[in-house]
Design a protein. Structure first.
Length: 144
């Protein structure tokens, strides 16, 4: 049942039973190239009216509120200590109600609890403060 290589039983007039796939691959590549050529280019352009020249710099200085969280988790608003969470929420509501909200710069101490900082951020977001950022992260860098 094995294949005999060089025996007398092979005939030269036997045909090859495997299909020749080279012409099929050539036809497929030609069709692929024709498809690529006939697909129109997708050029989406949006007309924009951009201002010409340099706009004058803004003269409005944004109001900034500094919210410091100390190592003992005490919170101060622009340097004034806040005693309880109710007064902090009142400050947040007052700042959120202003037509031009002030920027909230939060300065956490590196020894402050994460829970306290996350709670202050969640309260600010819940009460509608949109301009909020943590400042002074260079103290948390390695090697300092």
């Amino acid at each position: 049942m094995g294949m005999s290589v060089g025996s007398e039983s092979t005939h030269e007039d036997e045909g090859m039973v495997d299909i020749n796939t080279t012409p099929l691959i050539d036809v497929m590549l030609v069709l692929l190239i024709m498809l690529i050529i006939t697909i129109p280019l997708q050029t989406h352009s949006v007309a924009l009216d951009l201002p010409q020249g340099n706009p004058p710099p803004s003269t409005d200085v944004p109001k900034v509120v500094t919210l410091a969280i100390d190592f003992d988790n005490s919170i101060s608003w622009n340097g004034e200590p806040i005693g309880d969470e109710g007064s902090l929420l009142a400050h947040f509501q007052q700042a959120a109600a202003e037509p031009d909200q002030p920027e909230m710069h939060i300065h956490p101490n590196r020894l402050a609890d994460y829970k306290t900082v996350a709670h202050v951020l969640a309260d600010a977001q819940r009460l509608g403060i949109t301009k909020l950022g943590i400042v002074g992260q260079d103290q948390f860098m390695e090697g300092q």
